[in-house]
Design a protein around this ligand. Structure first.
Ligand code: KIV
Length: 269
């Protein structure tokens, strides 16, 4: 019988931090990509609300709905045997109303089969985090650049460069750990601050544009594959130039169809 892979759980991630093993995390929004990511043994698949930009072409993450996030998460969960699947709670599904937050998180868990939810913010969302955790739903935090608050910040530049914001970020991380979140994503903050956070809390800290001194890294899959052209932040390492490769394949297909070269005899019944 084929050996089943060891499933990644929040406890496994905690143990990875203790043993110094780095955590790999990438976004996934659909079944086909999630299968490949899981076969590559990526530890955590994030059904990110970046689907709003990457899959739907919106300028921000704000428009994506809870129903749409659940649809993406269902597709990812169907593909996964090993990874922990974390689902972003979309804008408007938890802020300022802990009852709505709990209802939203329960819908995500029940209807998608995801393993945990991710929420942006610190002290501002304390009640919502507490209420969701009290229902036994694992929560991943997200501090630093929090794209759901883009209209508050006004820009996607590096966060927490000033002392006051850095101090708030550290105290938010400590608070989230105390509340019981199982991990925290730090987005686009100075590497030195990320290092301090990762050394202060016992739970795993996963960075995106937060330098190397954290417990794991996350990127948007389409960005690291080079499928997106117009997004080139310093932290992004592109492992392929899939935009060009895919475009060339589409051109070759178009040419083969136009010339009558496709399909040939072997490709016909
Ligand atoms: O939605 C997303 O893709 C994210 C990552 C950038 C961490 O939250």
């Amino acid at each position: 019988m084929k050996k089943q892979p060891k499933k990644i759980t929040t406890k496994v991630l905690f143990d990875m931090k203790q043993s110094g093993e780095k955590i790999s995390m990438l976004t996934a929004y659909d079944y086909t990509m999630a299968r490949i990511l899981d076969a590559a043994e990526i530890d955590v698949l994030l059904v990110g609300d970046s689907a709003s930009n990457v899959m739907a072409g919106h300028e921000t993450t704000l428009p994506i709905t809870l129903d749409q996030m659940i649809y993406h998460a269902q597709s990812v969960v169907r593909a996964v045997k090993r990874a922990l699947v974390v689902v972003d709670m979309p804008f408007g599904s938890y802020q300022g109303n802990s009852k709505r937050a709990l209802d939203s998180a329960i819908r995500i868990m029940k209807e998608s089969g995801g393993h945990a939810v991710k929420m942006e913010g610190g002290i501002e969302i304390k009640e919502s985090v507490e209420r969701i955790l009290s229902a036994g739903i694992p929560v991943m935090g997200h501090l630093g650049l929090i794209p759901q608050s883009i209209y508050k910040f006004g820009t996607y530049t590096v966060r927490a460069k000033e002392e006051a914001e850095a101090e708030k970020l550290l105290s938010d991380a400590i608070l989230l750990e105390k509340l019981g979140v199982f991990a925290i994503v730090l987005e686009k903050i100075p590497a030195a601050l990320a290092k301090t956070v990762a050394e202060t809390v016992k739970i795993p800290v996963i960075g995106i544009g937060a330098g190397p001194h954290v417990d794991g890294q996350v990127l948007v899959t389409q960005d690291m594959l080079g499928m997106t052209k117009d997004f080139s932040p310093r932290f992004l390492r592109r492992y392929l130039d899939l935009y060009e490769e895919m475009k060339n394949a589409f051109i070759r297909y178009r040419e083969d169809v136009k010339s009558g070269d496709f399909p040939n005899e072997q490709e016909s019944y």
